[in-house]
Design a binder for this molecule. Structure first.
Ligand SMILES: CC(C)(COP(=O)(O)OP(=O)(O)OC[C@H]1O[C@@H](n2cnc3c(N)ncnc32)[C@H](O)[C@@H]1OP(=O)(O)O)[C@@H](O)C(=O)NCCC(=O)NCCS
Length: 181
């Protein structure tokens, strides 16, 4: 559960200005853990374009996108990327929390919320990958019932290089799929 004063809700087009401000505030905090961003990413126009593309992916059923809000500020995000149905029925978590709002359980509450949403959407599994030394993120996943199932070499292009990642998953249920799936 989120602490008092914080809410989580789905991303909307009107979040672009608050997101641009948040990415500017958190540029140094997020840089070691994120893909390399070009300068436009930190602008209002860049966020309008990014949010528009993300909302198109949401409409296509390939992405779930949520923001954690405190007053008028976006202070965190949780995404469920690369949603796949069929016999896999899985999605891949991505998340961050504003550097001024760490250690309050926001990431854990956000991940828990997204797992509930994934279950409600009929997914079977949520996965996540962390850099080997991202101990805070690993702790979030462990708190939320994820188990590590491997280490992948040169898995994602993060902070300018292909980097090894610890892979985690949480199985959401064990109900069989219907024959028509
Ligand atoms: C990882 C991140 C999302 C955690 O956000 P948060 O809201 O502070 O997380 P929570 O408060 O829910 O939980 C943090 C847990 O990590 C622990 N933690 C924090 N820093 C830690 C560290 N350096 N080493 C080990 N554990 C750490 C906290 O003690 C807490 O665990 P506890 O409740 O058992 O004590 C945040 O640090 C962040 O945005 N990092 C940069 C982006 C990022 O790494 N995203 C994830 C990519 S996989």
């Amino acid at each position: 559960m989120l602490p008092q004063g914080y809410t989580i809700r789905e991303l909307t087009a009107s979040d672009a200005p608050a997101l641009a401000a948040s990415y500017v505030r958190n540029r140094a905090h997020l840089e070691p853990w994120e893909p390399t961003r070009d300068e436009s990413f930190f602008t209002y126009d860049g966020q309008v374009a990014a949010v528009s593309a993300q909302l198109a992916a949401v409409r296509a059923g390939m992405l779930g996108a949520w923001v954690i809000v405190h007053g008028d500020d976006v202070v965190g995000r949780v995404n469920l990327n690369n949603i796949v149905l069929g016999v896999l029925r899985s999605g891949s978590l991505g998340y961050w929390v504003d550097g001024e709002h760490l250690g309050r359980g926001l990431a854990s509450a956000g991940v828990e919320h997204v797992c509930e949403q994934a279950l409600a959407r009929g997914l079977h599994r949520v996965e996540a990958g962390t850099l080997l030394d991202n101990h805070a993120s690993q702790r979030v996943l462990e708190r939320c019932g994820f188990e590590q199932y491997g280490v992948a070499s040169r898995f994602l292009f993060i902070a300018g290089a292909w980097r090894d990642h610890r892979l985690y998953q949480r199985i959401l249920h064990d109900r069989p799929l219907s024959a028509s799936t």
